[in-house]
Design a protein around this ligand. Structure first.
Ligand SMILES: Nc1ncnc2c1ncn2[C@@H]1O[C@H](COP(=O)(O)OP(=O)(O)OP(=O)(O)O)[C@@H](O)[C@H]1O
Ligand SMILES: [Mg+2]
Length: 495
């Protein structure tokens, strides 16, 4: 953290400062940063206007603005958002969208609508597709900002007066559906996206939305079977447990605490969230997208089946290294899972308790011990869930429809930011590598290309130092060809 202070004495490269907390400290000059004495207490809306551009200056400016409820600040053409952690509806209403419509960038207060408007204008006037990259750590507000941008683009490119199911309504309603199946409560965010998302909104020549495509990346599959303390599984599991009594009866569901895939953590509820309401909202969003009631029924049947599957426990079987469902309770859950999956109960049991080894001449059936059967059960649950998620994404894309004639599109990337936990796995490796690549893209455009341009045009400017992460990328991309060729490709098939 940084602290404000007044310089008392300068002695070579050591400086004595009286800090605002009344303490007097002596520090190396290189550890102290200058502050503009005429700095406005309200801060500046564009950091490039700061007299001194350094970390404490930037933080102080963001804080001054945040204290005045100004959560957005520019740095040139980049928008910085500070999470307000409370609803600010007045910031995002239709009047606000009207104000930003066609306004010059920088004329009004910093806002995601302004960024979306620039992208929309550039696309329309110059006929060039645009991309908006939203990045930040977990809980920073990426998904909320993405939704604002999408809402603005839907407003600009939509047919406002049209009733019924329009492309833009479908695009917007894809958010709650994907969040129900791909978001979960984590220690850092009650609605954390556990997948990356690139939404491509296609426009016709007149700037009307004519189609859209959603691409998703790397859904966190491990969460389906394993959750840490204070975290939850995907929202849809709790929603279905909060369905109507008839539905719960149909899917043989009870309290979330009765399911192994949900009761590994003590957290079932999220403050301020009514699961049964969310469930109905998700169903409504599915209707708007064009997911039929039969399909919705099938989707939730699978969600319920996964919960039952997780409750099947195994005991040692009659033969050596074999297993069978542990007791009557496990048999019940196995039977229910099979009913809901609409498959043969015995076939489901065999798929968990046995493994088929395919050789050139014959198929050898090998029995599995209880521990291995549990592994098969979890692998099946993860695979079915991630296929369900992929199916949903494909369904959304097919329902919204693509415009093959569209020449221009605006892409919005909402991908999870850097992650560092006590124990990091291959998932964190992939997430962090992606973020390093995006950071390099940013460095390339904001620092490298810009400064090369200055050099070429012989502009007098002082070189801006930045942390170049190219070495990190080279380590993985170049020197460790093995890593990229042998570890990364199987990423979609991994367990
Ligand atoms: N502009 C905003 N206005 C009001 N609340 C916000 C805003 N941005 C974020 N929040 C609050 O912060 C929470 C976390 O934001 P969000 O889900 O967008 O984070 P994220 O960056 O997408 O995190 P993750 O990487 O975990 O998905 C939201 O659920 C919401 O409560
Ligand atoms: Mg998110």
């Amino acid at each position: 953290a940084w602290i404000d202070g007044e310089v008392l004495k300068v002695n070579g490269d050591t400086i004595t400062v009286k800090c605002s907390n009344e303490k007097t400290v002596t520090a190396k000059a290189s550890h102290v940063h200058a502050k503009d004495p005429e700095e406005s207490p309200c801060g500046v809306d564009d950091m490039t206007k700061l007299a001194y551009l350094h970390e404490p200056g930037v933080l102080q400016n963001l804080k001054s603005r945040y204290d005045m409820n100004e959560i957005y600040t520019y740095t040139g053409s980049i928008l910085i958002a500070v999470n307000p952690f409370r609803r600010l509806p007045h910031l995002y209403d239709i009047q606000m969208m009207e104000q930003y419509k066609g306004a010059d960038f920088g004329e009004l207060s910093p806002h995601p609508f302004a960024v979306a408007d620039v992208a929309y204008r550039l696309m329309l006037n110059e006929g060039i597709s645009q991309s908006i990259l939203v990045s930040g750590e977990s809980g920073a507000g990426k998904t909320e900002s993405t939704k604002m941008i999408m809402r603005y683009l839907a407003y600009m490119g939509g047919k406002a007066a049209t009733e019924g199911r329009t492309v833009e309504k479908q695009v917007l309603q894809s958010n709650p559906v994907l969040e129900a199946f791909g978001n979960a409560k984590t220690v850092r965010n009650n609605n954390s996206s556990r997948f990356g998302k690139f939404v491509e909104i296609q426009f016709d020549q007149k700037g009307r939305i004519s189609g859209a495509a959603v691409r998703t990346y790397l859904l966190e599959r491990s969460r389906v079977c394993q959750i840490s303390e204070s975290e939850r599984n995907y929202h849809c599991f709790y929603m279905i447990c909060a369905g109507s009594p008839e539905e719960r009866e149909k899917y043989k569901l009870g309290d979330p605490s009765t399911f192994h895939y949900l009761n590994q953590s003590n957290c079932y509820k999220i403050d301020g969230l009514d699961e049964s309401k969310e469930y109905l909202e998700t169903r409504k969003a599915m209707d708007i997208i064009g997911i039929s009631s039969e399909e919705q029924e099938a989707i939730f049947r699978i969600v319920a089946a996964i919960l039952h599957l997780g409750n099947v426990e195994f005991a040692e079987g009659d033969d050596v290294d074999s297993s069978k469902p542990k007791n009557e309770k496990s048999m019940f859950h196995l039977r229910t899972a099979a009913e809901l999956f609409m498959c043969d109960e015995k076939a489901l049991e065999d798929s968990l308790c046995k493994r088929i080894i395919v050789t050139r001449d014959e198929n050898i059936v090998k029995t599995l011990d209880a521990e291995a059967a549990k592994g098969s059960r979890d692998a099946l649950a993860k695979t079915v869930y991630s296929r369900l998620f992929d199916w949903l994404v494909t369904k959304i894309n097919n329902s919204i429809g693509q415009d093959p004639t569209s020449k221009c599109l605006i892409g919005v990337l909402d991908i999870y930011g850097f992650e560092s936990f006590k124990t990091n796995s291959f998932e964190q490796f992939c997430i962090n590598l992606t973020n390093e690549k995006l950071q390099q893209h940013f460095n390339q455009h904001v620092f490298k290309m810009e400064q090369e341009e200055y050099t070429k045009e012989e502009i007098d400017w002082s070189y801006i130092e930045f942390v170049d992460n190219q070495d990190i990328l080279d380590l993985i991309d170049k020197h460790c060809q093995m890593v990229t060729t042998s570890i990364l490709p199987p990423i979609h098939n991994r367990e």
